[in-house]
Write a protein of this length. Structure first.
Length: 406
């Protein structure tokens, strides 16, 4: 796409130019001018004004830093879309007798909206994940500075390029008018300093543990399993070295128990995954709904169906089987129930995310024998919680024949 290529060429397209080129694809961009912000934190005005100031700041910062063309595109598109959800979530609420504009969870909501919506820009899967994860984290720099635990920075680095996140976070603050602007910018510099202290080679050190597990006498699949199990424990603060991981992992070598949680809107390819992996026992909400409610599209007994599905999961876990949960799994809270259940039973827990463009997903749904109604598809695509890499032992993101794992 011409406007995307212009970023790599060092040009500085304005928000109005982005709107002209992309507004039809991303209509929320066109609503920025009508989306107010709280004057105490955003004295510059509405989201359109702020986003243009953030873009200007990012262009200035990029002139001082040598980045690849791909990274430049990641930074600028992260800035362009960082507040994409504000037109949806912005509300005015009473705060001690004062009405204030707030945009709760706009970073998380924006990340989830864009997860299926950036393929039209010609981006690869890595670029898309960097952009959405930067957006999801762009307000978290202060939080990491306050936490200071090294393993949390290492977890963050596995999810996102922290140096690109720093540029976007700093540009976000430069593009504001607020009383504490200077001190907030200082926090972003402290964040970058801590990242460089904890990761001098700019890599998450736990990723190197995989080489240790190559010494094990077992299948490559089992080596991957113990690696991701160990990395998950490290990032929770429960494990501190590859040597400790090697000592603990042997308990898993002969345990076949595995829970795969499929995640994706209707028509994204979950049923195809199940057909291609016949070795897994299947727990399907649709099948149980058909049995309990006599109609797989009847949502009136979802509570009863979910409880029946949980019991089926427990039965598979007790019997140490490889099993797959075949459902949309778009709610983070519902996924957590399953992940916690699997881990309580000592299973290897994976989330497999079927990630395609909205157009492909809608077509996939329409090609089904029993398509999901349009209003439900809209909710699935625009109101779900897109999974983070840290939600399970391992999270795979599948786009056609490509798989990316962090």
């Amino acid at each position: 796409m011409k406007i995307i290529q212009s970023i790599a060429e060092g040009k500085r397209p304005s928000l109005d130019e982005f709107n002209e080129a992309l507004g039809q694809r991303y209509p929320l961009l066109l609503k920025f001018k009508d989306t107010p912000q709280e004057p105490e934190w955003h004295g510059e005005g509405d989201v359109h004004i702020h986003t243009q100031m953030v873009l200007d700041a990012a262009y200035d910062l990029l002139e001082e830093i040598k980045l690849s063309d791909s990274d430049k595109i990641i930074v600028i598109l992260s800035c362009l879309f960082h507040d994409i959800a504000k037109p949806i979530v912005t509300v005015q609420k009473d705060n001690d007798g004062i009405m204030r504009w707030r945009s709760p969870k706009h970073a998380e909501v924006g990340r989830s909206i864009l997860a299926y919506d950036l393929f039209d820009l010609g981006l690869d899967l890595y670029q898309i994940h960097q952009i959405i994860n930067i957006i999801g984290h762009h307000q978290n720099l202060r939080r990491y500075v306050q936490k200071t635990e090294t393993y949390l920075f290492h977890q963050l680095r596995r999810e996102v390029d922290v140096h690109l996140l720093h540029i976007v976070g700093k540009a976000d603050l430069i593009g504001r008018v607020c009383a504490d602007k200077a001190s907030q910018i200082d926090i972003t510099e402290t964040f970058l300093y801590m990242c460089d202290e904890f990761m001098p080679d700019r890599k998450a050190p736990q990723l190197a543990w995989r080489e240790e597990f190559d010494k094990l006498e077992c299948s490559e699949e089992k080596k991957d399993e113990v690696f991701y199990r160990s990395m998950h424990e490290y990032e929770k603060g429960n494990m501190y070295s590859a040597e400790e991981a090697m000592g603990r992992c042997r308990a898993y070598l002969d345990d076949p128990t595995e829970l795969v949680i499929l995640c994706g809107p209707s028509g994204s390819g979950k049923s195809t995954w199940v057909r291609n992996h016949p070795e897994y026992h299947v727990v399907s909400m649709d099948n149980l709904r058909e049995s309990i409610a006599k109609n797989k599209h009847d949502q009136s007994k979802n509570g009863k169906v979910f409880q029946a599905a949980k019991e089926a999961v427990k039965d598979n876990l007790r019997n140490k089987r490889k099993m797959v949960w075949d459902n949309t799994s778009l709610s983070k809270d519902k996924r957590k129930i399953l992940v916690d259940l699997g881990m309580d039973y000592g299973a290897y827990v994976r989330i497999v995310v079927m990630q395609s463009s909205k157009a492909d997903i809608i077509k996939g749904n329409s090609d089904r024998e029993f398509p999901v109604p349009n209003d439900i598809m809209d909710r699935q695509l625009n109101r779900g919680d897109f999974p983070w890499p840290r939600e399970a032992h391992r999270v795979d993101y599948v786009h056609k024949d490509e798989v990316i794992t962090f």
